[in-house]
Ligand binder design. Structure first.
Ligand code: PEP
Ligand code: MG
Length: 877
């Protein structure tokens, strides 16, 4: 944060590098002003003013108010118009603009400065009374909705009433007299609801609007969006106050949104929409269906040419695909905004690769252009082509965001969310979406709307989230009240299956099977660049053949964590595991373990084969043993029968194993301390399997045996000796040669604090940040979600520390342990295998503290590969 006391900047005073202070929109408006593009002028109230507003208990202080008005005076000088001047009124828009773009999540007010006097001035100045009153009624509606929280539906129904009374079909059929009537009714409604008159003083309008935009930073949908996209609540939003230009001044005026390349496919061709005689919100809100930008060539050729020229300039200037808003006021073109456009993952990859091929950016710059989390969209199933071919669509809408979605239909965000919580796959079907639908959109596999274009809210937000979306499907007749929709003769009820193809916009009234994705084409090229650049290796957490193979396809370079307990739960294993647990003495336990050995060994053979000689870290048994036994009386009874035990006997074993705090109980290496024969069996299986696969496949596997949950070097030493004695015995028994490593997980704060001692016994550390987070915060990883939501609501936490590493606290332990470990074992191998190993910001942290690898679930391997490359570009090591 800067220490400057300046809170307001004219557009001419800023530039693109001032994003943190001016927000993305403000910084880019300044940049466009400075490179001489036609931008309506204005000023930006900084993000720091927003932060200050919250610090001061939701108040704008006098100093900032003065700065706003002194900059307003400068703007009046630049434009030659005055706010509130009935002869020559200045009208402005007031719009939010945070550091990271959050489309549709915060508030906007247009046409500010209108009142009964200035509206008359505007009418005579433009010679267009209809336009003046149309602008006025829009302003009253927006201001009342955004600033005063009078829901806009009230105003919409007043407008509909007047339209009905005068027999108007469209808004544009209303005359200026009709619109005057609308304005009068709006103001009357306002007075009745608010108990005072609609504010006519433009300065009051302005300050109230600035405050409203600040407030909107904290509205529920903005909070959800921020959490989804990792945007800290401390950033705040800037507010842009900009001279209005009017797209609704008649048939030579219009407004639109366009991208320099196709945001859905990445195709290098202008892509966008516009509406003549309309204001900005009309296009994005999806109320009227807009026209393809290419048709502007025929409607206004000169404007189109100028538009294309500027679009190209912007793309070259920013070296990225731009998302632009423009307005044409009586034939004159203005740019209102430009930003790096949101895009789908396939588009992001194609654009990044092509920008390098076009010589506009380097590979390193390309690597930074794709959000690692976005790759997730490409790693999930697509429709099975054969099934797709065999299916006949029932309707076609606009392919607004690609991917395949199949699920049960629900008509409200609430229902979608509730049914998702019940484990159903859902598709949200709406007439049009509004920002309030965001939670429902998150819960859905895909979104289908009846109205709205490619740049409608639904489309933009879905693309940002990587959700499949088909928009503007006009054939859909939705009956939300009775919970069904029809297309032609087909009726789909709530809860019925549909499938959406976001690539083609096709809608199917059936359930269509999906297939696994592949990393080829632009994706393949891009990932190869990431691999060239990164220093951090990426392994996977896998404990069976299927997951190992999937991870290899996604580029994993080994297994960082094979959790052996998962194998123990399999149907043929669990009876033997239970025998081992209920054993009364070592002999009985060894008998059961002898039966388990061949099964366990065959697991490892499969995994080693799948990994084709790449390193594999196998962790010894970790969970508390009660997890393998039933807890309810009836289940205990039937298991006792099966095992030929008495109910009382088994029940007493279950009771003995009961712990008040099992996550801090008899688990991890503590099991091997009590029952070394378990560690012996597992070690034997690991080593025998490696010898066998090395011999049969010619690999040179060096098994890494990992001892979990150590907190004291002596316990580690004890278990390690059991492991090495067994391993050495097996190797000599088999007359084989085999190297192996023994290491530990760092999951307990004490292990991190004494890592120098621990490293004397451990050849590698793997940070188990799930447990390390749990034990550092003292939050149960199984229960914390229940109360952490209060922490998000109260802004105590911005994110879930189980998903994104807490770098300040838990990270400090990781860093400390890495450093301490190297003091006693300089060549110690360091990795992470907690869930954080697949989270981009945590991967960056691992790069910075000098770990050698991260390990994550197979589907996050490509994400980690890209995050690791980005970390190297940002901070080379
Ligand atoms: C960990 O604790 O981070 C870990 C990887 O082990 P588990 O999740 O199996 O406890
Ligand atoms: Mg653990």
């Amino acid at each position: 944060m800067s220490n400057s006391n300046k809170f307001v900047y004219l557009f001419s005073e800023g530039n693109a590098s001032m994003k943190n202070l001016l927000g993305g929109k403000g910084a880019n408006l300044a940049e466009m002003t400075n490179i001489g593009l036609p931008v309506p002028q204005g000023f930006t109230v900084t993000t720091e003013a927003c932060t200050k507003y919250y610090e001061d208990g939701k108040m704008i202080n006098e100093g900032i108010i003065e700065e706003i008005f002194s900059n307003l005076a400068k703007l009046e000088e630049i434009t030659g118009k005055k706010l509130g001047d009935s002869a020559n009124p200045l009208l402005v828009s007031v719009r939010s603009g945070a550091r990271a773009s959050m489309p549709g999540m915060m508030d906007t007010i247009l046409n500010l400065g209108l009142n009964d006097e200035t509206v008359a001035g505007l009418a005579s100045l433009t010679g267009n009374e209809r336009f003046a009153y149309d602008s006025y009624r829009r302003f009253i509606q927006m201001f009342s909705d955004v600033v005063m929280e009078l829901d806009k539906s009230n105003f919409e129904s007043i407008l509909e009433d007047v339209k009905d009374e005068v027999g108007a079909q469209l808004d544009t059929d209303l005359t200026s007299e009709n619109l005057k009537e609308v304005v009068a009714r709006y103001k009357k409604f306002y007075r009745e609801e608010m108990g005072n008159d609609f504010p006519s003083d433009p300065k009051v309008q302005l300050l109230e609007s600035v405050k409203a935009v600040f407030r909107s930073w904290d509205n529920p949908r903005a909070n959800i969006y921020r959490k989804l996209h990792d945007i800290p609540s401390s950033w705040g939003t800037a507010v842009n106050v900009q001279q209005m230009v009017f797209g609704n001044m008649g048939e030579t005026s219009g407004t639109g949104v366009a991208f320099t390349r196709n945001p859905a496919t990445g195709e290098n061709k202008i892509f966008g929409e516009y509406l003549m005689n309309a204001q900005g919100e009309d296009v994005v809100a999806g109320i009227r269906t807009p026209k393809d930008i290419e048709t502007l060539k025929d409607v206004m050729p000169a404007c189109y040419d100028e538009f294309m020229k500027i679009a190209n300039t912007l793309e070259t200037h920013y070296k990225d695909m731009q998302d632009m808003e423009f307005t044409i006021e009586q034939g004159k073109l203005f740019f209102l905004q430009t930003r790096n456009g949101k895009r789908t993952a396939p588009a992001a990859l194609k654009i990044a690769v092509e920008l390098v091929e076009e010589g506009l950016i380097t590979k390193e710059e390309a690597i930074l252009k794709v959000d690692p989390k976005q790759l997730d969209q490409l790693l999930h199933p697509m429709f099975d082509t054969d099934e797709l071919k065999a299916s006949k669509e029932c309707a076609i809408g606009l392919p607004a965001s690609p991917g395949a979605a199949c699920g049960r239909v629900y008509f409200t965000a609430e229902e979608a969310k509730n049914h998702r919580a019940l484990g159903e796959k859902v598709v949200l079907v709406r007439a049009e979406t509004s920002p309030e639908d965001i939670e429902g959109m998150i819960a859905s596999e895909g979104i289908l709307t009846a109205r709205g274009g490619m740049t409608s809210h639904a489309a933009v937000v879905a693309r940002g989230m990587g959700k499949c979306c088909v928009a503007g499907c006009g054939a859909l007749k939705i009956n939300e009240g009775d919970k069904f929709f029809t297309v032609g003769d087909i009726r789909i009820n709530e809860g019925d299956f549909i499938s959406l193809d976001g690539e083609t916009g096709k809608v199917y009234a059936t359930e269509i099977k999906t297939v696994e994705p592949e990393i080829t084409g632009y994706f393949g090229t891009f990932m190869a660049w990431a691999d060239e650049i990164r220093k951090l290796k990426v392994r996977t957490n896998a404990d069976n053949r299927r997951d190992s193979e999937q991870a290899i396809r996604f580029g994993a370079e080994g297994i960082g964590l094979c959790r052996t307990e998962h194998m123990f739960f399999e149907e043929d294993r669990i009876p033997v595991v239970r025998q081992m647990i209920v054993a009364k003495n070592e002999e009985q336990r060894r008998n059961a373990l002898t039966k388990l050995l061949p099964m366990q060994k065959s697991d490892f053979v499969e995994i080693y084969e799948a990994m084709k000689g790449l390193p594999v870290t196998v962790r010894l048994l970790d969970p508390p043993l009660h997890e393998f036994l039933p807890q309810h009386e009836e289940d205990i009874k039937s298991l006792a029968d099966q095992m030929g035990l008495s109910f009382e006997d088994l029940k007493s074993t279950v009771e003995e194993l009961h712990e008040f705090n099992p996550m801090m109980g008899h688990r991890g290496c503590r099991l091997a301390v009590s029952y070394p024969e378990m560690a012996e069996m597992q070690t034997r299986a690991i080593i025998e399997a490696a010898i066998e696969v090395n011999a049969s496949k010619g690999y040179n596997i060096v098994p890494e045996i990992m001892i979990p949950l150590a907190g004291e070097v002596k316990e580690l030493k004890y278990v390690k000796e059991v492991v090495t004695a067994t391993a050495d015995a097996v190797i000599s028994e088999k007359g084989a040669e085999l190297k192996y490593l023994v290491g530990t997980m760092i999951e307990i704060p004490r292990a991190a604090l004494t890592a120098d001692e621990i490293a004397t016994e451990a050849e590698f550390f793997s940070f188990g940040t799930n447990d390390l987070t749990q034990m550092t915060f003292g939050f149960s990883r199984d229960d914390a979600a229940k109360f952490l939501k209060d922490y998000y609501d109260k802004k105590i936490f911005d994110f879930d520390p189980f998903q994104k590493l807490d770098q300040t606290g838990v990270g400090k332990l990781v860093d400390m342990a890495a450093k301490l470990g190297r003091t006693t074992r300089p060549d110690i191998k360091l990795g992470i295998c907690g869930e954080h190993g697949g989270d981009p910001s945590s991967v960056e942290f691992c790069h910075e503290v000098g770990l050698q690898y991260v390990s994550c679930s197979p589907f996050r391997v490509p994400i980690a590969r890209l995050a690791a490359a980005q970390a190297q570009v940002k901070n080379p090591r």
